[in-house]
Design a protein around this ligand. Structure first.
Ligand SMILES: [Zn+2]
Length: 236
């Protein structure tokens, strides 16, 4: 099914990127679909302004895991649409209630122009709510997410948020960084951010042998670019 709310781009044979171009750019995050041989994985689920699952062209009967890299609103909006919901231990309990204090959904309700096009007729920002999405699997450092022909290891990457996690497919050098690292301005001054933790996360990522990194926002990056992003951050 197609839906003109999302823009969809094939990144490689197994990876698709979806974005929400009509959402205010500050809140417009990347949604990644990785098709494994046995299991599919959705990394972050956007704002939840329109149904995500129907546009993914999922294979009927094939298991799909939906994972949140952290509980900020722009990464968890579609999580409730999925039966298998994975997220970080640090904020695990909160996925059942999606509190404004952690998701910042209240901020989105108050910005001047949250969308440049209405997601549905008559939609008003005051209506914006995140659907509760209690986790069915809580993730810790070192946990493995197995898709059949490839697997990802969970990395705890606090700093931007206390609960940030990333995923690393060591065999293929593919890294999903969430909001811990991406190729746009990084946010380390929002409630819950921790600069000291962020610096430790950056030091750790320096040694991660990636071929390509896919962030929570912005374009993907190679190892050289990741190193530049890290060095820029640490030089602040
Ligand atoms: Zn975030």
């Amino acid at each position: 099914m197609s839906d003109d709310w999302f823009v969809r781009r094939s990144v490689d044979r197994q990876t698709t990127l979806l974005t929400e171009p009509y959402v205010d750019s500050y809140f417009s995050a990347n949604i990644w679909l990785v098709r494994g041989s046995e299991v599919d994985l959705v990394v972050d689920t956007g704002m939840g302004l329109r149904p995500l699952r129907p546009v993914l062209d999922l294979t009927p009967g094939k298991p799909v895991l939906a994972l949140a890299t952290h509980i900020h609103l722009d990464h968890v909006g579609g999580l409730a649409e999925f039966g298998h919901r994975l997220g970080p231990r640090q904020s695990a309990e909160a996925f059942a209630t999606m509190p404004d204090a952690l998701t910042f959904a209240d901020e989105y309700r108050e910005i001047a122009e949250p969308v440049s096009r209405l997601p549905s007729p008559g939609w008003v920002p005051a209506d914006y709510r995140l659907m509760p999405a209690p986790l069915t699997r809580i993730l810790d450092e070192g946990d493995v997410i197995d898709l059949g022909d490839r697997s990802f290891r969970v990395l705890e990457l606090p700093g931007h948020s206390p609960d940030g996690i990333g995923l690393f497919d060591e065999k293929n050098g593919v890294f999903f960084g969430g909001d811990a690292i991406y190729d746009e301005e990084l946010l380390d001054d929002i409630p819950g951010s921790d600069n000291a933790a962020y610096r430790r996360t950056m030091e750790r990522l320096k040694t991660l042998p990636i071929r390509i990194g896919h962030g929570g926002h912005g374009p993907s990056f190679d190892a050289k670019r990741m190193r530049e992003i890290i060095d820029d951050y640490l030089a602040k």
